[in-house]
Design a protein around this ligand. Structure first.
Ligand SMILES: CC(C)(COP(=O)(O)OP(=O)(O)OC[C@H]1O[C@@H](n2cnc3c(N)ncnc32)[C@H](O)[C@@H]1OP(=O)(O)O)[C@@H](O)C(=O)NCCC(=O)NCCS
Length: 202
């Protein structure tokens, strides 16, 4: 069977190592070259510059800190390195800088066939199609690489851009938990999205 990643028309670079030239796997987006590749120690400054932003933090779970410090960046980069291979969390790199991230968390026990998906990108890069493109490639990579049958994501009710990204990538809106999220002293709904592994192509 042809890999999902190949079908997506874009490539991911799980084998990238800090210091390597990595444009062999670039994803072309409106004249912006975007690459998904593992985080490395050299990313700490870029990470802080883009992640230390309330507009990003407001839409993410409490695991994403604010303010986002160099220490937070170091901890995140170290955690990603500890996870080993296959890579679960990728940096989104545009024009040679890390501007965001996309990744998954494998669940356990009766949900060991399920993974939570998450992503973010710096405000300067919003609404340029970058995360939609990244998620399309990442979904293909996830189903090709991990023994998961279901990818899922939750979205805060005030975040239609994220809901739209998921829908553009084939996720179905499965439910709404009314008033389930409280962040920055405001309450909103929690939207649930899911995508089952596609059947093998004949
Ligand atoms: C949500 C987020 C990841 C989207 O990334 P992005 O690269 O800007 O997304 P894209 O450009 O690929 O797509 C955004 C889509 O949402 C749409 N959109 C943006 N703002 C919108 C709004 N207020 N209402 C409805 N649609 C909106 C865009 O028009 C676009 O859809 P289209 O292609 O049909 O026009 C980004 O805004 C972000 O990182 N936000 C902060 C962190 C976050 O929310 N992470 C996700 C948590 S679930």
């Amino acid at each position: 069977m042809e890999g999902h990643a190949a079908a997506a028309g874009a490539r991911i670079n799980p084998g990238w190592r800090p210091g390597e030239q990595l444009y062999a796997g670039a994803v072309e987006l409106d004249a912006i070259k975007s690459v998904l590749r593992p985080f490395g120690p050299g990313d700490r400054d870029d990470l802080v510059e883009t992640a230390n932003d309330r507009r990003v933090w407001r839409n993410l779970t409490a695991r994403f800190p604010h303010p986002y410090t160099l220490q937070d960046a170091d901890q995140w980069i170290a955690r990603c390195a500890q996870e080993g291979e296959p890579t679960r969390n990728f940096a989104i790199e545009v024009e040679g800088r890390v501007v965001g991230g996309i990744g998954l968390e494998l669940l356990e026990g009766e949900k060991q066939h399920v993974a939570n998906v998450g992503y973010w990108i710096g405000h300067d890069w919003w609404n340029r199609g970058i995360v939609t493109d990244a998620l399309r490639v990442f979904v293909a990579y996830a189903f090709d690489t991990f023994p998961v049958e279901r990818l899922q994501a939750t979205v805060f009710g005030w975040n239609p851009a994220s809901a739209r990204v998921l829908e553009k990538c084939g996720f179905q809106r499965e439910g709404c938990l009314h008033g389930a999220i409280s962040k920055a002293e405001e309450t909103t709904d929690e939207l649930w999205y899911g995508l089952l592994r596609p059947p093998p192509r004949a």
